[in-house]
Design a protein around this ligand. Structure first.
Ligand SMILES: Cc1cc2nc3c(=O)[nH]c(=O)nc-3n(C[C@H](O)[C@H](O)[C@H](O)COP(=O)(O)O)c2cc1C
Length: 186
């Protein structure tokens, strides 16, 4: 049976234990490319992605965030507040966080498909982090995403079969309202 996108989405999980191995540059490039092709409002592409791999930058990010652990690569994911879309019908509503969320999700799923573990992390002081990395004032951080090699997933993926299927929450379909009517008619 072929491995489908839904299989991948079901299998992905937030990984917090890794080998010390750095991820391969080729895989990192593909992960970043997946972020690059993500849809953004009006295709404004306001995402700003910083790849942290130096000892200095990793030490800095670890000192500000308890959830980075010993990951050898961390993506600092922000958006440019001057380049995202502003909703003309609702002042104050803009797309930056939505754009970046789609970009990050694309990257995490691509990472999983390559056998690279990731985790979305937002437990950090945004302003301090922006100052620590000297980001321009118009760049707003949304999340950190660590990328690393997990021993288990690697062998599961490489063997081509998912040996362990993590039982996620019971079906969440009950959280979706399936709207069957045509727009405006119900
Ligand atoms: C918006 C968001 C913020 C999150 N922040 C953190 C975080 O700060 N630290 C952490 O360890 N995990 C964080 N997570 C990961 C979630 O805990 C995890 O995705 C959730 O429990 C579902 O588990 P799964 O990813 O293994 O399916 C975050 C996830 C999301 C979507």
């Amino acid at each position: 049976m072929s491995y489908t996108f839904l299989d991948l989405a079901k299998e992905r999980y937030s990984v917090r234990k890794f080998t010390g191995q750095q991820i391969e540059q080729e895989k990192l490039d593909k992960i970043l490319e997946a972020g690059n092709v993500a849809p953004t409002a009006v295709n404004y592409q306001p995402q700003r992605i910083y790849v942290l791999q130096s000892e200095e930058s990793l030490a800095k990010v670890r000192s500000l965030c308890p959830c980075i652990y010993d990951a050898p690569t961390v993506l600092l994911i922000a958006y440019d507040d001057n380049q995202d879309w502003d909703n003309p019908k609702q002042p104050g509503i803009h797309s930056g966080e939505q754009d970046v969320s789609i970009v990050a999700t694309h990257m995490m799923l691509e990472a999983w498909s390559l056998g690279v573990a990731s985790c979305w992390v937002n437990l950090f002081p945004n302003n301090e982090l922006e100052q620590a990395f000297d980001l321009p004032a118009n760049e707003k951080t949304v999340l950190l995403c660590h990328l690393a090699m997990p021993p288990m997933m690697q062998s599961r993926w490489r063997s081509g079969i998912s040996v362990i299927r993590r039982l996620k929450r019971p079906s969440l379909l009950c959280n979706c309202n399936v709207y069957r009517g045509s727009y405006g008619s119900e």
